[in-house]
Ligand binder design. Structure first.
Ligand SMILES: Nc1nc2c(ncn2[C@@H]2O[C@H](COP(=O)(O)OP(=O)(O)OP(=O)(O)O)[C@@H](O)[C@H]2O)c(=O)[nH]1
Ligand SMILES: [Mg+2]
Length: 365
């Protein structure tokens, strides 16, 4: 799901490369990685591959400078194309802002292209998204192969809505950046279209209308794509620790009655009935017990990751899948190992922030 950070003036959006097995999704990301200036891209991370096959996903962060001082951060993901990895595809698709469908042009891939396209529609609709109204482009890949079907035939099969489509040879990088530029354009246009005229309650003293659009788009985004019906599975409980301590923490986080508005302010209220660990961390911070606060937050994040419904075992991989910033996740781990005497209020607030971010993201899965 897209987010906007008005302080750093950054918009962040997630684009997913979808399509049948062996169609060229991973190769597309590799070519983007190779074709983009090093200062504009992060590391290409491929999680759990077996030979050529993606078992989990690939991830490539990009930073695109935009006009008027706005920076667009793109997170590109691939899904595993093989039919039996549908649960992973759903997880990767969650919160996406646009999709690039990579079709295989070979005649033997006709059925798997169609199956994958229908699987995409189904998975998006389960998340409350109509593909017809979603930023979407198609790559007809492997155009270099002599057996490649005519583009008109592929269009008839896969592109009845006439979305932007591209002939690509991913293995040589041909057409890949054009497809990426187009999906980026559609994603940004979609963000703008969904923003109200004014960002309510926002003081935009710096006057950037582009930023206003971005902020209000961010405010609006969850209402559209990312409010998928909550699965039956209840989110991981954020609770542990002695019951008395929990009650105390919950009481402290309770809505203020006749106190000042800010007294009792708590992120725990984002998770009615579940934000116990958050309330505990906040209580530790209020009591200036920064070491226990950091450790409690790290422990709660670990519980949250452990409860994710994925096969992947490595915590960093789970954190990446959840959408946590890898550097922040690692920093939390380092902080938790620091001796109490060296722990600062900033450390504890940072730990609280990572925990809240993780809990918000986990709720969306
Ligand atoms: N000839 C040709 N081969 C390609 C092209 N694009 C990718 N390939 C080859 O097709 C094979 C599969 O490519 P991948 O990018 O791994 O496919 P994928 O879509 O990620 O596959 P899964 O991870 O299983 O879903 C590799 O051997 C690539 O080198 C292309 O445009 N032309
Ligand atoms: Mg792959």
């Amino acid at each position: 799901m897209s987010t906007v950070n008005p302080v750093s003036r950054e918009i962040s959006a997630k684009i997913v490369y979808y399509g049948p097995g062996l169609s060229g999704k991973t190769t597309s990301l590799q070519q983007i990685h190779a074709g983009v200036r090093p200062d504009a891209r992060g590391q290409l991370i491929s999680l759990s591959t077996e030979g050529d096959r993606t078992l989990f996903f690939d991830f490539l962060p990009l930073r695109v400078e935009q006009v008027r001082g706005l920076t667009l951060r793109l997170q590109l993901y691939t899904v595993p194309g093989q039919v039996f990895y549908d649960a992973t595809r759903k997880l990767v698709l969650n919160g996406s802002d646009g999709v690039v469908f990579v079709a295989d042009s070979q005649p033997l891939a006709v059925d798997s292209n169609l199956e994958s396209m229908s699987n995409l529609e189904t998975n998006l609709s389960e998340m409350g998204i109509d593909l017809a109204a979603f930023p979407f482009v198609i790559q007809y890949n492997k155009r270099d192969l002599p057996s490649a079907l005519p583009v008109a035939e592929l269009r008839r099969q896969l592109n009845p809505r006439a979305v932007p489509d591209f002939e690509t040879v991913a293995s040589r990088g041909e057409g890949i950046l054009d497809a990426l530029k187009e999906i980026t354009r559609l994603v940004v246009r979609d963000l703008k279209a969904r923003q109200p005229r004014r960002a309510p309650g926002m003081s935009l003293s710096r006057g950037g209308s582009e930023l206003a659009r971005g902020i209000s788009a961010a405010a609006d985004a969850p209402a559209r794509a990312a409010e998928p019906p909550r699965p039956a599975r209840t989110p991981p409980p954020l609770s542990a620790g002695p019951a008395a301590r929990r009650e105390e923490a919950i009481a402290a986080a309770a809505p203020p009655r006749d106190r000042g508005q800010l007294v009792g302010l708590s992120f725990a209220r984002l998770f009615p009935g579940e934000g116990t660990a958050i309330a505990e961390v906040e209580l530790e911070i209020r009591e200036r017990a920064f070491g226990p606060a950091v450790r409690r937050a790290a422990e709660a994040v670990a519980e949250l990751l452990a409860a994710l419904p994925v096969d992947e075992q490595a915590p960093t991989a789970r954190a990446a899948l959840l959408g946590l910033d890898g550097r922040e996740f690692l920093r939390l781990g380092r902080l938790a190992a620091k001796p109490d005497v060296a722990m600062t209020e900033q450390d504890a607030l940072f730990a609280l922030y990572v925990l809240v971010a993780a809990a918000v993201k986990a709720e969306r899965i």
